[in-house]
Design a protein around this ligand. Sequence first.
Ligand SMILES: [Zn+2]
Length: 199
Amino acid sequence: MKHSPQLARLIDALRTLPGVGPKTAQRMAFHLLQEGRAGARALSEALQASLDAVGRCKRCRMLTEGELCEICRAPQRDSSLVCVVESPADVVAVEQSGSFRGRYFVLMGHLSPLDGIGPEQLGVRELEGILDEGSVRELILATNPTVEGEATAHFLSDLAVKRGIRASRIAHGVPIGGELEYVDGGTLAHALSGRHSFG
Ligand SMILES: [Zn+2]
């Protein structure tokens, strides 16, 4: 059986969500168009509004509705510590651990040459700009403990070390291959306090 054109389009669009295959997308579409119509309308409006309003922080690349995110604007945050993470969800995870008072830099991914993701796509030039300001004492590399995350951490540590800035890697209470956002706050706090220097 073939879906009507708009239904097929909706199912296709839902498949852009991570972990959603054709069957799940179809179930979601049917739900939204049957008993979930009020919610579907709210979802559609929220999606449109956030696409219009939410951009990236000019400084750290975190998602924000202003020029600068809340953390970059907060004067009480320690600007001598910069924690580099792969995604906005990682910022939320580290913040929830309550163990970090510095600032962040969000790569929005990791180095992945085969997918065409190099330093430029990760905002490395902007990060170098921050390091060159002279106020950063330590760059904490909290990329995921995956092969790509480790390679990214090593690449970025060199940028810090050659400027005489300490580079450290979070300790691995974080499970290998696990993603930072799924690690509980206590483990994350421990991983941050047990970080070790590169070189
Ligand atoms: Zn920011």
